[in-house]
Design a binder for this molecule. Structure first.
Ligand code: MG
Length: 434
């Protein structure tokens, strides 16, 4: 039966008739704010306004390292494709915006699409008077297992910080330790000298310089986990992030050397440029592997799923295409038994953390949700809500849409702050991944 005939037959359900067919996007507003006044604290937010009074949606387009590039791209190249369109047509708008610039994909374009996608889901939820997770299939679990980072300059410091997290209820902990002889590293405290050099670079508006040698690092990490298993026991979940800072052979060796310590997963062992090389790790080690936070094409890394070369998929929903892409990726992973572990660092806005939570609550193959739960007071001033932590889990309230609003007056008090990401070099000054 044709739609018109179906409606005229009187069989059309009330909800269908109530869908606002004449809803239109009237404005796309971009807000750049850094409430915490820190490096990696700039957020690029998008507000999609409609012709229905009081109905709008908020999304997060933050791409740390390219913030103002995304803001300008949104205003100049995305907004004109949205105004006048029906915000209910999320899939169609997603595809339209993906093809719009012709030269597509990449971090700036996909971050812009991601935030717009979140804002459209927020609007749809508000129209339906339902939380976004309800629109995605409904709650598939009570709450979301989460983790936090225990870091230190030495093993004892990491152990002490892990014990503090365990006392707060964390069941899984990411452990990172400084490498002897290195002034800095990924997610570890910097030496005094490095901190001074970093502050000086920030003052000059330049990227801080850091030196990194992976050899000593891959020898140190297994000893850290040997120490943690001995002192913390077998029950606590432990994971570690390599952050792509090693060669393929070092990644294989590290995954092998960590096997006795039964990690929850080993994260980002290789660069996204070396996706085929994940086969090497799989052939030689049983340590669970997680990857995906730097993927910026909707299907980047698909071979890792198809060939089951990873155990956890870690796409960043603020960079890979938003809720729409996240749901599709989770579905692609489901037949392989690959679990979700969406990227959830402090350098994406609370709106993204809410989006992560809504998708994680709704998918069958959820694994764990990285989630920042300690925010500066000014962040709470700008954002009305963020996932709530309790006893090792996070959750969201049952509110229409994503459940988070932005105080634009407060956001305006905290403008963009230029704090560039560090430039990493080997000891011989070869450029190296962050
Ligand atoms: Mg990572």
């Amino acid at each position: 039966m044709k739609r018109r005939a179906f409606i005229l037959s009187g069989l059309a359900p009330v909800a269908w008739a109530a869908v606002p067919r004449n809803l239109k996007i009237t404005a796309v507003k971009v807000v750049v704010t850094n409430p915490a006044r820190v490096a990696l604290g700039n957020y690029v937010l998008v507000k999609i306004e409609t012709n229905q009074a009081g109905l709008w949606g908020w999304g997060d387009c933050t791409c740390s390292g390219s913030e103002l590039g995304v803001a300008k791209f949104l205003e100049e190249h995305m907004a004109p494709g949205l105004v006048g369109r029906n915000p209910m047509q999320i899939e169609d708008l997603w595809q339209t915006l993906f093809f719009l610039p012709y030269y597509r994909s990449g971090s700036v374009h996909m971050s812009a699409i991601s935030g717009i996608d979140m804002a459209l889901w927020d609007i749809k939820g508000k129209v339906a008077d339902l939380a976004v997770y309800e629109l995605l299939g409904g709650r598939a679990r009570k709450h979301l297992l989460t983790y936090s980072t225990a870091s230190g300059r030495n093993f004892q410091e990491v152990e002490e910080n892990a014990r503090k997290l365990m006392a707060r209820g964390y069941k899984v902990i990411k452990a990172q330790v400084a490498t002897p002889g290195m002034e800095s590293g990924y997610s570890v405290p910097q030496s005094e000298r490095q901190r001074a050099a970093t502050d000086k670079a920030y003052e000059e508006g330049l990227p801080p310089a850091e030196v990194w040698e992976p050899g000593a690092y891959v020898r140190t990490v297994p000893k850290l986990f040997e120490h943690l298993r001995k002192t913390l026991g077998e029950d606590i979940g432990l994971l570690h992030d390599v952050h792509e800072r090693v060669t393929p052979n070092q990644a294989v060796t590290l995954a092998q050397d960590l096997q006795p310590y039964k990690l929850f997963y080993l994260e980002d062992p290789l660069r996204p440029e070396h996706l085929d090389t994940f086969r090497l790790i799989r052939q030689h080690a049983s340590t669970p592997i997680a990857m995906g936070e730097v993927f910026v094409g909707p299907w980047e890394g698909l071979n890792l799923i198809e060939e089951h070369l990873i155990d956890y998929i870690r796409n960043d929903l603020a960079h890979c295409g938003g809720i729409t892409t996240g749901k599709k990726i989770a579905t692609a992973c489901e037949p392989k038994g690959i679990l979700t572990a969406w990227h959830g660092p402090g350098n994406i806005a609370p709106i993204s953390h809410m989006a992560n939570a809504h998708v994680s609550l709704s998918v069958a193959n959820f694994g764990i949700q990285e989630c920042s739960v300690e925010w500066a007071p000014a962040v709470h001033e700008v954002f009305s809500a963020m996932p709530v932590f309790e006893d090792g889990y996070v959750n969201v309230a049952e509110k229409p849409g994503l459940g988070v609003e932005v105080n634009e007056t407060a956001a305006a008090k905290y403008p963009y702050l230029r704090r560039l990401r560090p430039a990493i070099r080997r000891a011989d000054e070869t450029a190296w991944p962050y």
